[in-house]
Design a protein around this ligand. Sequence first.
Ligand code: F6P
Length: 359
Amino acid sequence: MSKKRIAILTSGGDCAGLNAAIRAAVHRAHRLGWETIGLINGTAGLLKDPAQYRTLTPNDMDSYVMRMGGTILGTTNKGNPFAFPMADGSTKDLSGKIIDGFRSLNVEGIIGIGGDGSFAILNRLAMQGGLKMVGIPKTIDNDIGMTETSVGFDTAVAVATEALDRLQPTAASHDRVMILEVMGRDAGHIALAAGIAGGADVILIPEVAYNLESVAAKIKEVKNTGRNFALIVVSEAVKTLDGGKLELEYMGGEKRYGGIGQYLSNKISDMTGSETRVTVLGHVQRGSQPTYNDRLLASAFGVKAVDLINEGKFGRMVAWSNRQVIDVAIEDAIKAYQQVDLNGTLVHTARALGISMGD
Ligand code: F6P
Protein backbone atom coordinates (compact mmCIF):
# COMPACT_ATOMS: atom_id res chain seq x y z
CA MET A 1 0.00 0.00 0.00
CA SER A 2 1.35 3.46 -0.87
CA LYS A 3 2.17 5.85 1.95
CA LYS A 4 -0.10 8.72 2.92
CA ARG A 5 0.97 12.08 1.58
CA ILE A 6 1.29 15.64 2.81
CA ALA A 7 1.53 18.59 0.42
CA ILE A 8 3.52 21.65 1.47
CA LEU A 9 3.24 25.07 -0.14
CA THR A 10 4.64 28.52 0.45
CA SER A 11 2.33 31.40 -0.35
CA GLY A 12 2.54 35.21 -0.33
CA GLY A 13 5.74 37.23 -0.03
CA ASP A 14 8.83 35.20 0.75
CA CYS A 15 10.92 35.69 3.89
CA ALA A 16 13.87 34.07 5.60
CA GLY A 17 13.07 30.77 7.32
CA LEU A 18 10.64 29.30 4.79
CA ASN A 19 13.11 26.61 3.79
CA ALA A 20 13.80 25.76 7.42
CA ALA A 21 10.06 25.18 7.92
CA ILE A 22 9.82 23.01 4.79
CA ARG A 23 12.85 21.01 5.87
CA ALA A 24 11.49 20.41 9.36
CA ALA A 25 8.10 19.30 8.02
CA VAL A 26 9.72 16.87 5.58
CA HIS A 27 11.94 15.29 8.23
CA ARG A 28 9.13 14.96 10.75
CA ALA A 29 6.71 13.58 8.18
CA HIS A 30 9.10 10.90 7.00
CA ARG A 31 9.81 9.83 10.56
CA LEU A 32 6.08 9.37 11.05
CA GLY A 33 5.75 7.40 7.81
CA TRP A 34 4.33 10.11 5.53
CA GLU A 35 5.44 11.07 2.05
CA THR A 36 5.83 14.77 1.28
CA ILE A 37 5.44 16.78 -1.88
CA GLY A 38 5.95 20.50 -2.45
CA LEU A 39 3.73 22.61 -4.70
CA ILE A 40 5.60 24.82 -7.14
CA ASN A 41 4.77 28.53 -6.74
CA GLY A 42 1.99 27.96 -4.23
CA THR A 43 -1.52 27.64 -5.59
CA ALA A 44 -0.29 28.94 -8.97
CA GLY A 45 1.23 25.49 -9.51
CA LEU A 46 -2.27 24.02 -9.35
CA LEU A 47 -3.48 26.10 -12.27
CA LYS A 48 -1.09 24.19 -14.52
CA ASP A 49 -2.05 20.93 -16.18
CA PRO A 50 -0.83 18.64 -14.65
CA ALA A 51 -0.46 20.29 -11.23
CA GLN A 52 3.14 21.35 -10.64
CA TYR A 53 4.84 19.77 -7.66
CA ARG A 54 7.99 17.99 -6.63
CA THR A 55 8.63 15.14 -4.27
CA LEU A 56 10.45 16.17 -1.11
CA THR A 57 12.59 13.57 0.61
CA PRO A 58 14.80 13.88 3.69
CA ASN A 59 17.80 13.41 1.39
CA ASP A 60 16.88 16.62 -0.45
CA MET A 61 16.64 18.36 2.88
CA ASP A 62 20.22 18.51 4.03
CA SER A 63 20.97 21.23 6.60
CA TYR A 64 22.08 23.61 3.85
CA VAL A 65 18.41 24.06 2.97
CA MET A 66 17.77 25.51 6.40
CA ARG A 67 20.42 28.18 5.84
CA MET A 68 18.97 29.41 2.57
CA GLY A 69 16.82 32.50 2.19
CA GLY A 70 13.79 32.47 -0.11
CA THR A 71 11.74 29.36 -0.76
CA ILE A 72 12.90 26.33 -2.70
CA LEU A 73 9.27 25.83 -3.77
CA GLY A 74 8.65 29.29 -5.17
CA THR A 75 5.69 31.42 -4.17
CA THR A 76 3.27 34.01 -5.43
CA ASN A 77 1.63 37.00 -3.81
CA LYS A 78 -0.61 37.73 -6.76
CA GLY A 79 -3.51 35.97 -8.37
CA ASN A 80 -6.24 35.53 -5.77
CA PRO A 81 -7.95 32.39 -7.16
CA PHE A 82 -11.39 33.80 -6.32
CA ALA A 83 -10.76 36.81 -8.59
CA PHE A 84 -7.89 35.71 -10.77
CA PRO A 85 -6.59 38.45 -13.10
CA MET A 86 -7.03 37.39 -16.76
CA ALA A 87 -5.00 38.65 -19.74
CA ASP A 88 -7.89 40.85 -20.96
CA GLY A 89 -8.04 42.74 -17.66
CA SER A 90 -11.10 40.91 -16.32
CA THR A 91 -11.08 38.59 -13.30
CA LYS A 92 -12.31 35.01 -13.07
CA ASP A 93 -13.10 32.69 -10.17
CA LEU A 94 -10.59 29.83 -10.55
CA SER A 95 -11.12 28.40 -7.08
CA GLY A 96 -12.73 25.23 -8.50
CA LYS A 97 -9.66 24.52 -10.62
CA ILE A 98 -7.36 24.96 -7.64
CA ILE A 99 -9.49 22.65 -5.52
CA ASP A 100 -9.47 20.05 -8.29
CA GLY A 101 -5.69 20.47 -8.45
CA PHE A 102 -5.38 19.79 -4.73
CA ARG A 103 -7.59 16.71 -5.09
CA SER A 104 -5.47 15.40 -7.96
CA LEU A 105 -2.48 15.25 -5.61
CA ASN A 106 -4.09 12.57 -3.44
CA VAL A 107 -2.96 14.12 -0.21
CA GLU A 108 -4.33 13.58 3.28
CA GLY A 109 -3.18 16.95 4.52
CA ILE A 110 -1.87 20.29 3.29
CA ILE A 111 0.62 22.54 5.08
CA GLY A 112 0.19 26.13 3.94
CA ILE A 113 3.07 28.41 4.94
CA GLY A 114 1.67 31.89 4.58
CA GLY A 115 0.64 35.25 5.95
CA ASP A 116 -2.81 36.58 6.79
CA GLY A 117 -3.76 37.22 3.15
CA SER A 118 -2.70 33.73 2.06
CA PHE A 119 -4.45 32.13 5.01
CA ALA A 120 -7.70 33.88 4.18
CA ILE A 121 -7.53 32.47 0.64
CA LEU A 122 -6.31 28.99 1.63
CA ASN A 123 -8.89 28.69 4.38
CA ARG A 124 -11.68 29.69 2.00
CA LEU A 125 -10.45 27.08 -0.51
CA ALA A 126 -10.29 24.50 2.29
CA MET A 127 -13.87 25.24 3.40
CA GLN A 128 -15.20 25.22 -0.15
CA GLY A 129 -13.37 22.07 -1.21
CA GLY A 130 -13.33 20.12 2.06
CA LEU A 131 -9.52 20.27 2.07
CA LYS A 132 -7.58 19.40 5.19
CA MET A 133 -5.19 22.20 5.95
CA VAL A 134 -2.79 23.34 8.65
CA GLY A 135 -1.07 26.74 8.57
CA ILE A 136 2.43 27.88 9.49
CA PRO A 137 2.56 31.66 10.02
CA LYS A 138 5.29 33.52 8.16
CA THR A 139 5.71 37.20 7.51
CA ILE A 140 8.35 39.81 8.09
CA ASP A 141 5.46 42.12 9.07
CA ASN A 142 4.62 40.04 12.19
CA ASP A 143 1.00 41.09 11.85
CA ILE A 144 -0.67 37.67 12.12
CA GLY A 145 -2.84 37.43 15.21
CA MET A 146 -2.73 34.74 17.92
CA THR A 147 0.98 34.10 17.59
CA GLU A 148 3.66 36.12 19.31
CA THR A 149 5.87 35.91 16.29
CA SER A 150 6.00 34.55 12.76
CA VAL A 151 8.74 33.05 10.63
CA GLY A 152 10.82 35.78 8.96
CA PHE A 153 10.22 38.62 11.41
CA ASP A 154 13.34 38.09 13.47
CA THR A 155 15.57 38.11 10.40
CA ALA A 156 13.94 41.26 9.03
CA VAL A 157 14.51 43.03 12.35
CA ALA A 158 18.12 41.83 12.40
CA VAL A 159 18.67 43.23 8.90
CA ALA A 160 17.05 46.57 9.77
CA THR A 161 19.09 46.78 12.98
CA GLU A 162 22.26 46.09 11.04
CA ALA A 163 21.29 48.84 8.60
CA LEU A 164 21.11 51.29 11.53
CA ASP A 165 24.48 50.03 12.76
CA ARG A 166 25.88 50.85 9.34
CA LEU A 167 24.13 54.19 9.04
CA GLN A 168 25.26 55.49 12.42
CA PRO A 169 28.98 55.92 11.66
CA THR A 170 28.36 57.55 8.29
CA ALA A 171 25.73 59.82 9.87
CA ALA A 172 28.25 60.84 12.54
CA SER A 173 31.01 61.39 9.98
CA HIS A 174 28.85 63.79 7.93
CA ASP A 175 26.71 65.45 10.63
CA ARG A 176 23.58 64.04 9.04
CA VAL A 177 20.11 62.92 9.93
CA MET A 178 19.65 59.46 8.46
CA ILE A 179 16.16 58.20 7.69
CA LEU A 180 15.67 54.46 7.31
CA GLU A 181 12.41 53.38 5.65
CA VAL A 182 11.49 49.82 6.54
CA MET A 183 8.78 47.41 5.41
CA GLY A 184 6.00 46.02 7.58
CA ARG A 185 2.90 46.87 5.59
CA ASP A 186 0.24 48.33 7.96
CA ALA A 187 2.01 47.30 11.14
CA GLY A 188 5.01 49.03 12.70
CA HIS A 189 6.63 45.99 14.32
CA ILE A 190 9.84 46.03 12.28
CA ALA A 191 10.38 49.77 12.76
CA LEU A 192 9.71 49.61 16.48
CA ALA A 193 11.91 46.61 17.21
CA ALA A 194 14.80 47.66 14.96
CA GLY A 195 14.50 51.27 16.07
CA ILE A 196 15.02 50.33 19.71
CA ALA A 197 17.72 47.75 18.98
CA GLY A 198 19.51 50.05 16.54
CA GLY A 199 19.49 53.15 18.75
CA ALA A 200 17.10 55.33 16.74
CA ASP A 201 16.17 58.78 18.01
CA VAL A 202 12.79 58.82 16.29
CA ILE A 203 10.54 55.87 15.35
CA LEU A 204 7.48 56.54 13.23
CA ILE A 205 4.92 53.76 12.86
CA PRO A 206 1.46 53.71 11.27
CA GLU A 207 -0.20 53.11 14.64
CA VAL A 208 0.93 56.49 16.06
CA ALA A 209 -0.11 59.79 14.46
CA TYR A 210 2.93 62.05 14.21
CA ASN A 211 3.54 65.74 13.79
CA LEU A 212 6.66 67.20 12.28
CA GLU A 213 7.13 69.75 15.08
CA SER A 214 7.73 66.87 17.53
CA VAL A 215 10.15 65.17 15.17
CA ALA A 216 12.04 68.42 14.58
CA ALA A 217 12.08 69.16 18.32
CA LYS A 218 13.68 65.77 18.96
CA ILE A 219 16.38 66.38 16.35
CA LYS A 220 17.11 69.79 17.90
CA GLU A 221 17.21 68.24 21.39
CA VAL A 222 19.76 65.70 20.14
CA LYS A 223 21.87 68.47 18.58
CA ASN A 224 21.72 70.50 21.80
CA THR A 225 23.37 67.64 23.65
CA GLY A 226 26.35 68.10 21.34
CA ARG A 227 25.61 65.06 19.18
CA ASN A 228 25.97 65.82 15.49
CA PHE A 229 23.76 63.11 13.98
CA ALA A 230 20.38 61.50 14.41
CA LEU A 231 18.71 58.31 13.25
CA ILE A 232 15.06 58.05 12.24
CA VAL A 233 13.24 54.82 11.39
CA VAL A 234 9.97 55.08 9.53
CA SER A 235 7.54 52.32 8.59
CA GLU A 236 6.58 52.26 4.94
CA ALA A 237 2.87 52.69 5.73
CA VAL A 238 3.24 55.93 7.71
CA LYS A 239 0.96 58.49 6.09
CA THR A 240 1.64 61.97 4.81
CA LEU A 241 0.68 64.92 7.04
CA ASP A 242 -2.70 65.17 5.35
CA GLY A 243 -3.37 61.47 5.91
CA GLY A 244 -2.49 60.30 2.39
CA LYS A 245 -1.01 56.90 1.53
CA LEU A 246 2.30 56.99 -0.35
CA GLU A 247 2.39 54.15 -2.86
CA LEU A 248 4.35 53.21 -5.93
CA GLU A 249 2.78 51.46 -8.90
CA TYR A 250 4.39 48.39 -10.44
CA MET A 251 3.70 46.07 -13.37
CA GLY A 252 0.06 45.08 -13.72
CA GLY A 253 -1.05 48.06 -11.63
CA GLU A 254 0.19 46.41 -8.40
CA LYS A 255 0.59 49.06 -5.70
CA ARG A 256 3.04 48.88 -2.82
CA TYR A 257 3.90 51.33 -0.07
CA GLY A 258 6.92 53.51 -0.79
CA GLY A 259 8.16 57.08 -0.58
CA ILE A 260 7.49 58.17 3.00
CA GLY A 261 11.22 58.39 3.82
CA GLN A 262 11.91 60.88 1.05
CA TYR A 263 8.70 62.80 1.82
CA LEU A 264 9.84 63.30 5.41
CA SER A 265 13.45 64.00 4.52
CA ASN A 266 12.81 67.27 2.71
CA LYS A 267 10.48 68.54 5.40
CA ILE A 268 12.82 67.62 8.25
CA SER A 269 15.82 69.29 6.66
CA ASP A 270 13.77 72.47 6.07
CA MET A 271 12.62 72.53 9.69
CA THR A 272 15.90 71.63 11.38
CA GLY A 273 18.54 72.91 8.98
CA SER A 274 20.09 69.43 9.09
CA GLU A 275 21.32 67.56 6.07
CA THR A 276 19.24 64.41 5.64
CA ARG A 277 19.67 61.23 3.63
CA VAL A 278 17.22 58.39 3.06
CA THR A 279 17.79 54.65 2.85
CA VAL A 280 14.91 52.47 1.68
CA LEU A 281 15.70 48.98 2.91
CA GLY A 282 13.09 47.15 0.85
CA HIS A 283 13.41 43.49 -0.02
CA VAL A 284 16.82 43.21 1.63
CA GLN A 285 14.75 42.55 4.77
CA ARG A 286 13.32 39.40 3.22
CA GLY A 287 16.20 37.85 1.38
CA SER A 288 18.95 36.96 3.78
CA GLN A 289 19.91 33.79 5.61
CA PRO A 290 17.53 33.25 8.51
CA THR A 291 18.71 34.15 12.00
CA TYR A 292 19.00 31.34 14.51
CA ASN A 293 15.68 32.45 16.03
CA ASP A 294 13.90 32.09 12.71
CA ARG A 295 15.49 28.68 12.15
CA LEU A 296 14.32 27.50 15.57
CA LEU A 297 10.83 28.90 15.13
CA ALA A 298 10.50 27.45 11.63
CA SER A 299 11.76 24.07 12.80
CA ALA A 300 9.34 23.94 15.72
CA PHE A 301 6.47 25.06 13.49
CA GLY A 302 7.30 22.53 10.76
CA VAL A 303 7.35 19.67 13.26
CA LYS A 304 4.12 20.79 14.95
CA ALA A 305 2.28 21.19 11.65
CA VAL A 306 3.03 17.58 10.73
CA ASP A 307 2.11 16.40 14.23
CA LEU A 308 -1.29 18.07 13.83
CA ILE A 309 -1.89 16.32 10.50
CA ASN A 310 -0.75 13.05 12.01
CA GLU A 311 -3.31 13.52 14.80
CA GLY A 312 -6.03 14.37 12.28
CA LYS A 313 -6.35 18.00 13.44
CA PHE A 314 -7.12 20.43 10.64
CA GLY A 315 -8.19 24.05 10.26
CA ARG A 316 -5.43 24.92 12.73
CA MET A 317 -2.49 27.31 12.64
CA VAL A 318 0.65 26.60 14.63
CA ALA A 319 1.58 29.51 16.86
CA TRP A 320 4.19 30.66 19.35
CA SER A 321 3.06 31.45 22.88
CA ASN A 322 4.99 31.63 26.15
CA ARG A 323 8.06 29.83 24.80
CA GLN A 324 5.97 27.00 23.39
CA VAL A 325 4.52 26.01 20.06
CA ILE A 326 0.74 25.69 20.29
CA ASP A 327 -2.08 25.54 17.75
CA VAL A 328 -5.06 27.85 17.29
CA ALA A 329 -8.05 27.93 14.95
CA ILE A 330 -6.83 29.36 11.67
CA GLU A 331 -10.07 31.32 11.34
CA ASP A 332 -9.46 33.08 14.66
CA ALA A 333 -5.91 33.95 13.64
CA ILE A 334 -7.10 35.46 10.35
CA LYS A 335 -9.54 37.70 12.23
CA ALA A 336 -7.00 38.81 14.84
CA TYR A 337 -4.82 41.13 12.75
CA GLN A 338 -1.98 42.29 14.99
CA GLN A 339 -0.68 45.84 14.88
CA VAL A 340 1.67 47.30 17.47
CA ASP A 341 0.16 47.37 20.97
CA LEU A 342 0.43 50.99 22.02
CA ASN A 343 0.26 49.96 25.68
CA GLY A 344 2.80 47.18 25.20
CA THR A 345 6.33 46.78 26.49
CA LEU A 346 8.14 47.90 23.36
CA VAL A 347 6.29 51.20 22.99
CA HIS A 348 6.82 51.84 26.71
CA THR A 349 10.50 50.96 26.35
CA ALA A 350 10.97 53.26 23.38
CA ARG A 351 9.35 56.18 25.16
CA ALA A 352 11.19 55.47 28.40
CA LEU A 353 14.47 55.62 26.49
CA GLY A 354 13.57 59.06 25.21
CA ILE A 355 12.90 57.87 21.67
CA SER A 356 10.35 60.11 19.97
CA MET A 357 7.38 58.34 18.41
CA GLY A 358 6.54 61.58 16.63
CA ASP A 359 3.50 62.46 18.78
O1 F6P B 1 4.14 41.42 3.48
C1 F6P B 1 5.51 41.40 3.28
C2 F6P B 1 5.98 42.59 2.49
O2 F6P B 1 7.39 42.51 2.38
C3 F6P B 1 5.56 43.94 3.06
O3 F6P B 1 6.34 44.32 4.17
C4 F6P B 1 5.73 44.81 1.85
O4 F6P B 1 4.88 45.92 1.94
C5 F6P B 1 5.30 43.91 0.70
O5 F6P B 1 5.42 42.58 1.18
C6 F6P B 1 6.09 44.04 -0.56
O6 F6P B 1 5.52 43.24 -1.53
P1 F6P B 1 6.23 42.86 -2.90
O7 F6P B 1 7.21 41.76 -2.62
O8 F6P B 1 5.11 42.40 -3.76
O9 F6P B 1 6.92 44.08 -3.41
